[in-house]
Write a protein that binds this ligand. Sequence first.
Ligand SMILES: [Mn+2]
Length: 438
Amino acid sequence: MNSDSDLNLLKESARKAASLVGRYDFVRVLTHYDADGISAGAIVASALLRANKGFQLTFLKGLNESFEYERDELLIFLDMGSGYPDVISSVEADVIVLDHHLPTGKINAKKEFVHVNPHLYGFDGTYELSASGVAYFFANELGNNRDLSSIALVGIIGDKQKLLGPNEEILKSGIEWGVIEEKPGVCLHSGKLRDVLSRSIEPYLDLYKKDDELESFLKKAKLDGEKEFDDLSIDEMHRLANAVTLRLLKMGAYEGVIEQIIGRRFILKNLPIVNAHMLTDIVNSCGRAGAMGVAFGILAGDKSFVEKAVRINYEYTTEILEELAKRKREVKEGFCIRYLVMNDAPSASSMATTFSRYLMSDKPIVVINVKNGKAKVSARTTEKLSRRVNLAEVMKIAAEKVGGRGGGHRVAAGANISPDKIDEFLKEVDRLCCAMLA
Ligand SMILES: [Mn+2]
């Protein structure tokens, strides 16, 4: 933890960003398509709208993708930029970067430039502030936008952060403003308990299509599978929390997961889906499915998108649950890592996250998905292992060695490489992880 003065410096830099916006009538916003990026986009869009600024919002998979702009525009990059100093340095327009990825080099901006990133002010951007949180502080320098704290929480949960430091301040601010409510219990989706448990991915309980196991789970916990999660009594919620904890421990899940999902859950009182945990999963799956507009609509408060978003989430979840069951046996052992190479799979990153958090938490895992002639790499590990292994470094070095590009966070990183270099890349990743773990 750090002192308050650090957060004041971050806010000061957010204020500089806000005053740069003051010089423009129109802003071009580029954001990432995951839950944190979409939340950051929704926060910045609302704040710009309220400040009477025109804007265009574009979703990108990353800065490997090209983007267009005019030289007399202001560009705001959300949830990206800090790890791509060369791309940001090449932009011939005024630029604001609101990001939380580890800054990897010096940015030599061509014009006006404001960089707001928790790492620059002594905070850990992996756990203490996400892009949606940075966007929240920026929005509150543009005006009073404290009601947007509920959207910031979606990004915080989406990036699996902790409610510490600046994140804790955002949570407090949301509770004070009456848009977030904290309740005791376990973080699961709303719905019939039986469906909720069997279809849960975060936490993954490994009860999908395991009807007998699910029934005995319910019976042991003295819970009625037909009951709605939202209608559980305090006692029932308590028994559910205990049963989920026990199951996770038996599965060999990473112990840090338990403190994240057991104890308290959050209600977002000013959004169309009030279960924070469920909304985060829905926003995430809409992003994965390429339906960023649907997720954005919900975060902007539009109820008419809910039905479509819930359907997208259902389909996405089914795909992931089927894929997890099928691929579990295909995971291979390296010396210091595990890895899985897939072709045309729905999502490498969700698979990597679930394996690392719930099923194989004792070694870093690297999941590669080959699609359209490109190999997309997702690497994940636990917070505990990340004290020794820095996956951002590993991905960067190994990808560059084979002519690709990589980076990210210590616990969660990625790379893009050429499919014919996969073996060489994996060898280098394993070697680097062994060296760091030694
Ligand atoms: Mn993020």
